[in-house]
Design a protein. Structure first.
Length: 152
């Protein structure tokens, strides 16, 4: 799992260039690999389980002192994803290095989600999420692949 906390930004030219406040990821050597490449990546822990008697999924993600819990399920039919999803961000790395991150995601399928997201914690991420009037999760992307390119 790779996630990020961003804020919207604009370059002087007027082009959108969002700023990454925090990259986080879970899984094996991901944090170590990022560190050796001078990419700042916080470690997250995640688990998925079933909610008894509902059939819902419970996703539990802990990022620092913030805990996100989503209780819900996919709805409707899967829809083929025709075009890649492309985004670009600017992220501060280790040792004061700034990276331009170009993301290209190529999922095969998309599916809508319904459910409830809860936020626990008192750190900056938790405070920002609790203050937000929007708590949206989804869509669920299935299959395919993706690429993150880091350049200076």
């Amino acid at each position: 799992m790779i996630g990020l906390w961003t804020v919207a930004g604009l370059e002087q030219s007027g082009a959108r260039n969002d700023l990454v406040l925090d990259f986080f990821g879970a899984g094996g050597g991901l944090v170590q690999a990022a560190g050796s490449a001078k990419v700042k990546l916080s470690e997250a822990q995640s688990s998925v389980s079933k909610v008894p008697a509902t059939g819902n999924d419970l996703y539990d993600v802990k990022i620092g002192k913030t805990r996100l819990s989503w209780n819900g399920r996919p709805v409707g039919d899967s829809t083929a994803v025709e075009q890649p999803i492309r985004e670009a961000w600017l992220a501060k790395g280790a040792s004061g290095i700034f990276w331009r991150v170009d993301a290209t995601l190529k999922p095969q399928w998309s599916r809508a989600l319904v459910g409830a997201l809860s936020v626990e914690g008192k750190d900056d991420l938790a405070k920002a999420l609790k203050a937000s009037p929007i708590r949206f999760v989804g869509p669920l992307y299935l299959g395919g692949g993706g690429e993150l390119r880091f350049s200076r």
